[in-house]
Design a protein around this ligand. Sequence first.
Ligand SMILES: Cc1ncc(COP(=O)(O)O)c(C=O)c1O
Length: 372
Amino acid sequence: MEFIDLKAQYRALKQEIDSNISQVLADTDFIIGKQVSEFEEKLAAYVGVNYAVGCSSGTDALQLIYMAYGIGSGDAVFCPDMTFVASVEPAFMLGAEPVFCDIDKDTYNICPDSLERQIKAVCAAGKLKPRAIVAVDFIGNPADYDKLRSLADQYGLLLIEDAAQGMGASYHGKKCGALGDIGATSFFPSKPLGCYGDGGAVFTDSQEMNELLRSLRVHGKGSSKYDNVRVGMNARLDTLQAAVMLPKLARLDDEIARRQEIAGRYDEALKDKFVIPHICEGTVSSYAQYALLAENVQRRDEIREKLQEQGIPTIVYYPNPMHRMKVFADCFMGDETFENTVDYADRTFSIPFSAYLTGEDQERIIDVLLSV
Ligand SMILES: Cc1ncc(COP(=O)(O)O)c(C=O)c1O
């Protein structure tokens, strides 16, 4: 059994994907070909923003954002303690310091109370300048944007949405990617909208920011790529990847609907034995992962082993909270104990999930989980 069945998705979309790839090969317009702008326009319309700027990965999307806002030395970037390192790694590379915040014990997203404590602690310590919050739609579940918006406004912070795991999800009718001052996403193959390699995008409503990002993604170009007006990156989205994603984007809402059905079935069957995902009223998760919590770390590991024996793969997203990573060992931690992140990391495991998971496989997974 596949953990995320990308092969089944390819079989379903094969004709369109193959034909789009053939077209790119025939055109040999591999760099910023017409499929890139077509994809960017359709993606911006889908997310509900004025501009989507395609780029080379989710990590690079975040780096472009940090560069565009001049985030660097002396700046504090507030980030959930439970995320993938790339949420904040590019800011750290640019000289800023990540300040981790505990997660909410139900949604596993950044906890607004912990965030406010950390903002106050940074202000009191007086060494770093609070600059930005990077909110992550963790495993596809939108963060608490109403509270984050009001904290961002109160403390004068930029609100960046890391929607790498949230494509297709929504918060009170607005799509993920459009929920902060600026948003980033990843098209890593296993993401809800994935390509066949690396890719990403930045979302903005501002024309000025759109132009700046387009310059930054091509070596800081001015009027042409041989007229460089700032330091930039080589961070373009490949034409081939855009061509692969055009049919996937057209199908994304159908896939998200199918994901709700499968999650509903898992929820119903597993709710008495495990802690199931908590999706807040008015929000739709993309279920980038379907994560369960076991009683404790030993039980979690036993269950994973039993599932493995039955040929059912599981993955832990993520076993290591950010505050425990060696790379961030010298960063400002305040007085936080990160209790919820540690508890989550010890108990979580994700089970096979995709819009293409068959009813038979769902049943088998549920049966094994109920019998362990
Ligand atoms: C939350 C989060 N942010 C950023 C990234 C980085 O995306 P990419 O792998 O495309 O660089 C990922 C990818 O795993 C992610 O999950």
